[in-house]
Design a binder for this molecule. Structure first.
Ligand code: ADP
Length: 255
């Protein structure tokens, strides 16, 4: 579903890469956390998947799409196939809750009739049907994040990416948001969440991928717990990418 093979990214002016030969496969329907100290490379990792940044080398395949072949003019369309949730919600301030979700569907080309059918369903999923007429500034942080999630999942993406979705929320609200993401995952959406929040990671016990200095230092496939330090995974020598299956077989050999 999400495959990175030997992905390296160094920003201009930096002496060390933000991501250093990252190889990883997130399977359909997985729920994976991405953890690491500030500067470890989490945001860059997410930007690789959303194609906000381009790797210097390596291969990225998301939902069967090889990102090398996603041309600049097709990037907005590609991103609409993913659900992306941000820590600062990125809602349209002059539109109501209902309109924020409806607008995303309109952009995606959905008909008016379909939109009128879909929006109430999605608002119900995030438990905000009774707040549909409010504007973002009339909502709490947690409610705003739920609108943002509603907007992302309304198009029924196969993959939902969330970059520190609970960074601006208190503890109780954080728990609510994570339970909502878990519910969305239970419906069959693959979820990748970058976070600093030890409690949510340890509560959910899903896959936990730890980055340190741009490298994967730990990848706990099941019942993962939050940890920031570990011995680096051995580097794979000079691999050539062919197919996702090939990369996967190679990775298994290393483990
Ligand atoms: P995290 O999300 O884990 O805090 P980032 O991916 O933001 O980590 O950053 C990884 C490294 O890349 C850091 O050393 C950071 O300073 C550097 N970096 C991130 N974005 C840029 C940028 N736009 N220009 C230069 N360096 C950057």
């Amino acid at each position: 579903m999400i495959l990175l093979d030997s992905v390296t990214k160094k920003y201009p002016g930096d002496s060390v890469p933000a991501l250093d030969s990252i190889s990883l496969h997130i399977e359909p329907n997985e729920f994976a956390f991405l953890v690491g100290k500030s500067g470890a490379g989490k945001s860059t990792f997410i930007k690789m998947i959303t194609k906000e940044e381009i790797p210097d080398s390596g291969k990225i395949i998301v939902g069967g799409i090889d990102l090398d072949y996603v041309k600049k003019r097709h990037i907005p369309g590609y991103r609409r196939r993913l659900g992306v949730v941000f820590q600062d919600f990125k809602l349209l301030p002059r539109r109501t809750v209902y309109e924020n979700v409806a607008f995303a569907l309109e952009i995606a080309g959905m008909s008016g009739k379909e939109i009128r059918k879909t929006v109430p369903k999605v608002l119900e999923l995030v438990d905000l049907l009774d707040q549909a007429k409010k504007f973002p500034n009339q909502l709490s942080g947690g409610q705003q994040q739920r609108v943002s999630i509603a907007r992302s999942v309304a198009r029924q993406p196969k993959i939902l990416i969330a970059d520190e979705p609970t960074a601006n929320l208190d503890k109780l609200t954080t728990e609510e948001i994570i339970q909502l993401l878990k519910k969305i995952n239970d419906f069959g959406t693959t979820i990748l969440v970058s976070t600093h929040d030890e409690t949510i990671v340890n509560t959910l016990q899903k896959r936990v991928i730890t980055l340190k200095d741009g490298k994967i230092v730990s990848d706990q496939k099941n019942n993962g717990i939050y940890k920031l330090d570990a011995t680096p995974v051995p580097k794979v020598p000079n691999r050539i990418v062919q197919t996702p299956g090939h990369a996967l077989r190679q990775r298994r050999k290393v483990i």
